[in-house]
Design a protein around this ligand. Structure first.
Ligand code: SF4
Ligand code: SF4
Length: 251
């Protein structure tokens, strides 16, 4: 792999039009099956969320805010732990639960292991025009929906796509299709016709996500100092430093 800095330059040079061409060629329409929001039988849902995305999601429950209000203009309705949990990879099971050091945050899960923002409509509720993850009308679709659709993280805005750059995430296993630098991952909505405007929207988010992931990786690498987590303690390293599981700085 090239250095993270070299990959970041490649990410910045990505052309939205070319990415949109690739997405159109692969084809995609979300069917609201919910697979990318739910956990597996033996593994809870795991999707990376950046620190500023956690803060944005903390304000997603503020129903008094104007739709276009910035994070600073909205009130914080969710605690950090309501939104995010330490990325489990690298943590070990201690006497009092998980412990150790890890990198980055994952979207918080519910008791079923699904993303805590995922809901399913009652059967009678289908067809009422509720927007799905990608804005598809509910007619003839599944019943899953995202309760924080407008504030969902970049990883969710761009699923099932990724770009083939080192240092960027490749969600849910190996790619099942690819076109140029764009990869497509497991998703029952692949191969369906997609509007140019929707393809461009995903392409813009895909480019932004690649840049953000690499900037985050570089910052984590540069800031990392071993934290020597004690028994029963979890330390999370992100681009802003070492933190406790409630998102507060360690020092
Ligand atoms: S993006 Fe794909 S996997 Fe996720 S809900 Fe839509 S169709 Fe299902
Ligand atoms: S934030 Fe929304 S789109 Fe993302 S995994 Fe959760 S329910 Fe799905």
């Amino acid at each position: 792999m090239e250095s993270l800095e070299a990959e970041l330059e490649r990410a910045r040079a990505l052309e939205v039009g070319a990415l949109a061409d690739a997405i159109e060629s692969i084809g995609f329409e979300c069917t609201r099956c919910g697979s990318c929001c739910k956990g597996e039988t033996d593994e809870p849902h795991t999707a990376t969320v950046f620190p500023d995305e956690v803060r944005e999601l903390q304000t997603a429950g503020d129903e008094t805010a104007e739709p276009e209000a910035s994070v600073s203009e909205r009130s914080t309705e969710y605690d950090w732990r309501d939104v995010a949990r330490p990325m489990p990879y690298g943590l070990t099971e201690g006497e009092d639960g998980l412990e150790g050091e890890t990198f980055e945050w994952a979207l918080q899960t519910d008791a079923c292991g699904d993303c805590r923002f995922y809901e399913e409509e009652p059967a009678e509720g289908a067809g009422d025009g509720t927007e799905s993850e990608t804005g598809t009308d509910a007619d003839a679709m599944g019943s899953g929906y995202c309760t924080v659709h407008e504030d969902r993280p970049l990883i969710c805005q761009t699923y099932p796509f990724s770009v083939a750059l080192g240092g960027t995430s490749q969600p849910m296993g190996e790619a099942v299709d690819e076109e140029g630098i764009v990869r497509a991952h497991e998703c029952e909505g692949l191969g369906r016709d997609i509007d140019r405007a929707d393809a461009v929207e995903i392409a813009q988010a895909l480019r932004e996500r690649a840049i953000r992931e690499l900037e985050e990786a570089i910052a984590v690498r540069d800031q990392y100092r071993p934290a020597d987590a004690g028994p029963g303690e979890v330390v999370v390293h992100d681009s802003e430093g070492a933190k406790r599981p409630d998102g507060t700085p360690l020092e």
